[in-house]
Design a protein around this ligand. Structure first.
Ligand code: PLP
Length: 487
């Protein structure tokens, strides 16, 4: 007879007092609801004070601490000092708010702690369902493949990897980029930096990306594009991909996607669309003409954490050629074999369509949000943001101290204060300082860009909490800070 060792205390990370954790959990939920409800009363952003930054230098703890203490540290040192993007007057870069119910969906996903790599599990079927909705929204066939990923940068990388492998005319996975003809791809100078990073990472070399000029609306110049493709063909290169923007970060411009699709077909290239935020114009009957032709792309990137106002992180890539998508990422060890029946006997194998093997349950918050609000509501909100941007643009145009620096086709507004100085360099310097003053005011958070070399305050509205009056308050602050700096 074996002798059982006597009552060793076995460790677990589960709580000893479940009721106490549950009580604290209820308090956290109440605190967070109040935090969100009162967001309008707080400054958009404030710098992290030195004494708080100091606390982030503490070394790794060896001994346990009560959960309650750690929560207090969170409440005092972290919660008050975010970037500010849940606030109604945060309009920097292209950043979404998240929603109240999104908090709860994230909690449910965390409780399940699913690893959605594949197999016969509801989270996997649900992810496929959500991707299927997007195929319908954007007009892609049922056979299109797709994947939820961390962000638009990752979606662009995956799409361009598939494009490269599919169009190289050789076995890229086996023989590598060295064995390929000189591959070239095309995007406007306004394309996102993640495209450049992807091209570099894919071994193509940054110079393979031909940056094509834009017209005065910041849309790709189609003649310049064709000229460049022809030139590359004539010199023995292999043009393999044309990239279209649906909403550029700088100005919200959308390329002529229908024409780009025609050009891609004419030269036999892949057609990728980076629609990280602008592609959602498709949900608004008033705006959807802007992305006409988006259903013609071979691959499409869009970010749910931007203009769909969902919690970070959630973006998606759709790829029309499922086989090519699979071939690019299908490599799997024997430990990942599918089986006849059992857990590994059914479901989609997401690990065979991207870099990630372990994958979180991003799809749950997407499924909750779209079911709760309905696509019609998203369309109206997107339209509302675009109207707010146009309103801001009109107000800037009718204010002599301000200058609108680019058209406002969508939800991005770039402008500057016309300081009473002559020199462009001084004007740039002053507008850079103005931006910082406005950010420090805590009233609003625009970000920075340059339009034709001119320093610009940039407002991108992907914010379901913004109201028209917020833009009035913002302009009052800009004028106040501007006058202060100017005189
Ligand atoms: C934000 C953005 C990206 C990158 O998306 P992330 O989710 O931030 O990685 C790519 N392209 C465009 C046009 C974007 O606006």
């Amino acid at each position: 007879m074996s002798t059982m060792p006597k009552a060793i205390e076995e460790l677990t990370l589960d709580p000893q007092d479940w009721d106490a954790v549950e009580r604290l959990g209820h308090r956290m939920v109440s605190d967070m609801m109040a935090y969100l409800k009162e967001v309008r009363q707080r400054p958009v952003w404030q710098p992290v004070p030195p004494e708080v930054r100091q606390t982030f230098e503490d070394g790794p703890p060896m001994e346990p601490r009560p959960l309650e203490d750690i929560y207090q540290d969170f409440v005092h040192h972290i919660l008050p000092y975010p970037a500010g993007n849940i606030h109604p007057r945060f309009w920097g870069w292209v950043i979404g708010n998240g929603t109240v119910s999104g908090v709860l969906a994230e909690m449910l996903a965390a409780a399940m702690n699913s690893n959605v790599f594949g197999g016969d599990q509801a989270p996997g079927f649900l992810e496929n369902q959500v991707i299927g909705w997007f195929k319908q929204i954007y007009g892609y066939e049922e056979s299109t493949s797709g994947l939820l990923v961390s962000g638009g940068s990752m979606a662009n990388l995956l799409a361009l990897a598939v494009a490269r492998n599919a169009m190289a005319g050789m076995d890229m996975n086996r023989d590598g980029i060295r064995a390929a003809a000189p591959l070239t791809l095309y995007a406007s100078v306004e394309a996102h930096s993640s495209i450049v990073k992807a091209v570099q990472l894919l071994g193509l070399g940054g110079s393979a990306l031909r940056s094509v000029a834009v017209n005065d609306r910041f849309e790709i110049d189609l003649h310049a594009l064709e000229d460049r493709i022809q030139e590359d063909l004539d010199s023995g290169r292999r043009p393999f991909c044309v990239i279209g923007n649906a909403g550029t970060v700088n100005t919200g411009a959308t390329d002529n996607l229908r024409e780009l699709s025609r050009i891609a077909k004419k030269y036999g290239t892949w057609f990728h669309v980076d629609g990280s935020f602008g592609s959602f114009a498709v949900l608004s009957p008033e705006l959807r003409h802007l992305v006409d032709g988006i259903d013609q792309a071979d691959s499409l990137t869009f970010c749910l954490h931007k203009w769909m106002y969902m919690q970070y992180e959630a973006s998606c890539v759709l790829i029309r050629q499922r086989e090519q998508h699979h071939k690019t990422f299908a490599h799997a060890g024997s430990y990942l074999s599918h089986t006849e029946g059992g857990f590994a006997g059914a479901g989609e194998w997401f690990n065979e369509y991207g870099m990630q093997l372990s994958r979180g349950f991003r799809a749950l918050k997407v499924w909750f949000a779209i079911r709760e609000h309905g696509l019609r509501t998203y369309g109206k909100l997107i339209q509302q943001n675009a109207e707010q941007a146009r309103y801001l643009g009109r107000r800037i145009e009718s204010t002599p101290e301000l200058e609108l620096l680019a058209p406002v086709p969508l939800n991005v507004v770039c402008f500057r204060y016309r300081f009473p100085v002559q020199n462009e360099a001084q004007l740039n310097q002053l507008n850079e300082r103005l931006l910082i003053e406005v950010q420090k005011s805590g009233v609003a958070l625009p970000s920075f860009t340059r339009i034709h070399g001119k320093a610009a305050l940039r407002v991108a509205v992907t914010n379901h909490r913004s109201r028209l009056e917020d833009f009035d308050l913002f302009l009052d602050t800009v004028l106040h800070c501007g006058r202060h700096l100017a005189f």
